[in-house]
Design a protein around this ligand. Sequence first.
Ligand SMILES: N[C@@H](CCC[C@H](N)C(=O)O)C(=O)O
Length: 286
Amino acid sequence: MISIEKYHGTGNDFVVVEADASVEDRVAFASRLCDRETGLDHPGGERVGADGVLFLSLDTEATPPRVEMTLVQPDGSIADMCGNGARVVATWAAARTGSREFVIETPAGEYPAHVGQEGVTVEMSKPTLDPEQVPTTLDEPLIETEIEGLTVTAVNTGVPHAVAFVENVAALDLDAVAPAVRHADVFPEGANVTLASEREAGPVTGYDQRTFERGVEGETRSCGTGAVAIVAAAHELDRVRTDQAVAVHPPGGRLVVTRTADGATLQGPVEREFETTVPADGILAE
Ligand SMILES: N[C@@H](CCC[C@H](N)C(=O)O)C(=O)O
């Protein structure tokens, strides 16, 4: 049996495992534990599943401490970056070190993170619309262009997002419209599909968000890179200003995103749910 913890960042939930735990097959482990019907069970009794498994390796010798983060998603893919996952990682590391500053190492690069009273803040990389980096198959940035019925702007915030500004995010059947965009030929590596609607008319005060995630292949209750993608796309379209703090409201809570001159910050709460033990192969008793 191995020890695991369960955390969520605004409803985007993760099983957290030490990287040196004796998990032989990470893909099978993640797909079994993340299943919402048959996966990880809460100590209280009910099956809960998760949006992914974070395998973490903490280096306390470094100043500030560093954590190598590997997110294995329910379909077995490894995400290059996860904004909410990075916020969970910083909270997990703070509980082990007493430090409040960390560097999180991901396949997409290194991300400084800070654990404060106001929540956990991750310094994100500079969002890019460069077609080679999103990536798309195009020569020009994909801006407000119809793809499979949605008008999208493509932006990479560590992972690719197709952002669609709509009148009311709640009015769309996301599971029906998103898969065709997520798999569209223009996105050779696929894309997360993120809907955004302005919460108030006039100067933008915030956005409602819904995201259909690649790797989960369904809607999650929050997506940090998606929240950053909304603000990055809005910035590109002159709807928000540089250094303007923008509240983004996914179904699971509230995030604050600021598009800075050379990057972006992502801030929001994290909660530790429980700890338990599971079999190393992730096969749970009925
Ligand atoms: N939920 C994450 C994003 C995880 C990666 C994504 N599903 C992908 O494969 O691109 C977040 O909070 O950013």
